[in-house]
Design a protein around this ligand. Structure first.
Ligand code: HGY
Ligand code: MN
Ligand code: MN
Length: 406
């Protein structure tokens, strides 16, 4: 007698829970190719082997476990494989569910289909995409961008982490880049993800279907002034980049609010970062998102203008460099509509980026969200109930069955 799904979910979940968890914060430190993420990759291989699913690596750090032979699919002939999955990596001290829930649910959905006696007409795959958060190398969805050709592999190879280690060194060699030989054999991608907000809580629904992703991006703000002594330098003689940075952070918040957009400066590096030194340089990263591209562009321009104007007053300089950009993503309406009907689930947008947002430009793509009672994400407070996660697995199984038996 099969044990109940909620118990099988908890069993897998308990295997992952201790991996990369910081005892002090309760959050996760699962950076790409960190010891924790390597253990998660080993776990992925074990789960695939246990299910007789061979694992392909695409040369960009992404893993694909297959139920069925991908070679049986002729590229572009409409019988494409059905892929699900998500990512293992986390933001610093991130939550347990952001990413791994989609991978655990993928394997459990395969189990569910096998229990139902479903015989897929096409291969079903579970993916683990690399560096989705961009927490180590600075570009989010790096693995899926490489896989789809959305980023130049040479640029990706040269990206460095805080210790100067390049992406290529961590990968063990230069990334392959676009894999049309695999991508063209995919017929649909459905990613299950914990909701990063309160939409489903307010709707009283355990699972929802995503309509799309707000356009968003990351900009590096470089503030340069003059390093000097904190005690002997007269205030009038200072060229303090922290002043310009502080003003820019306040202006960012105001300009976002004025436009109904979202903007954050959550990461700052100050040099020399000494208590008794006026800084010479400060770098900060702007994360900006809006419901449409024009609003996003206007917001970033307003921040740039305010920062530049203030720099003039402070005797400092500022540069604003785009590091990554994701255009508005509208998920496949037919697929999304069909899944919402099949699952009797609400449809809702998100301002969170996902690998599904990258794949959506190449094949019919959908996302399923699982209710997050706290509504909080990118924080140890992120949560989901086992019961809702089990409902998510059943919903994903229904979606995969619908796609793989059509
Ligand atoms: O940043 C994001 O929107 C996603 O959680 N990586
Ligand atoms: Mn995330
Ligand atoms: Mn995520």
């Amino acid at each position: 007698m099969e044990e109940p799904l909620v118990e099988r979910f908890r069993e897998l979940w308990d295997q992952l829970a201790p991996i990369g968890r910081d005892a002090a914060s309760g959050g996760y430190l699962r950076y790409a190719w960190s010891p924790a993420e390597l253990r998660l990759r080993d776990w992925f291989a074990e789960q695939a082997a246990r299910r007789g699913m061979p694992v392909d690596a695409d040369g960009n750090g992404n893993l694909f476990a297959w139920w069925g032979e991908l070679d049986t699919v002729r590229a572009g002939d409409g019988t494409g494989a059905v892929l699900t999955g998500s990512h293992f990596d986390s933001v610093p001290h991130g939550g347990a569910y952001d990413g791994p829930l989609g991978i655990v649910s993928g394997f459990l959905a395969v189990d569910e289909l096998r229990q139902r006696g479903v015989t897929p007409a096409r291969p079903i795959g579970v993916a683990a995409f690399a560096e989705e958060e961009g927490a180590r190398f600075g570009v989010p969805c790096l693995g899926s961008r490489l896989f789809t050709g959305a980023i130049d592999p040479d640029r990706a190879a040269a990206l460095t982490d805080a210790d100067g280690v390049t992406f290529a060194e961590s990968l063990g060699g230069p990334p392959t880049g676009a894999r049309p030989d695999l991508l063209d054999r995919l017929g649909a991608y459905v990613e299950l993800h914990v909701e990063q907000g309160r939409g489903l809580v307010d709707l009283g629904a355990p699972v929802g279907v995503a309509s799309g992703i707000w356009p968003h991006g990351r900009w590096r703000l470089e503030f340069t002034g003059e390093a000097n002594h904190a005690g002997t330098t007269r205030m009038a003689d200072r060229r303090d980049p922290m002043l310009t940075l502080a003003f820019t952070v306040l202006a960012t918040n105001k300009e976002a609010r004025l436009r109904g957009a979202h903007a954050t400066v959550g990461r700052v590096l100050v040099e020399p970062n000494a208590t008794n030194a006026v800084p010479g340089r400060a770098r900060a990263w702007l994360d900006a998102r809006a419901a449409d591209a024009a609003t996003l562009a206007a917001l970033v321009e307003a921040v740039r203008a305010k920062a530049t104007d203030r720099a003039r007053r402070d005797g400092t300089t500022v540069t604003v460099v785009e590091e990554s950009a994701t255009p508005l993503v509208g998920f496949d309406e037919d697929l999304g509509g069909r899944l919402a009907g099949l699952l009797d689930s609400p449809v809702l947008p998100t301002a969170a980026g996902h690998d599904a947002g990258v794949l959506a430009g190449h094949l019919p793509t959908a996302m399923l969200f699982v209710r997050n009672p706290s509504g909080v994400s990118h924080s140890p407070a992120e949560t989901a109930s086992d019961a809702d996660c089990a409902v998510g697995v059943l919903a994903l199984a229904d979606a995969l069955a619908d796609l793989a038996t059509r």
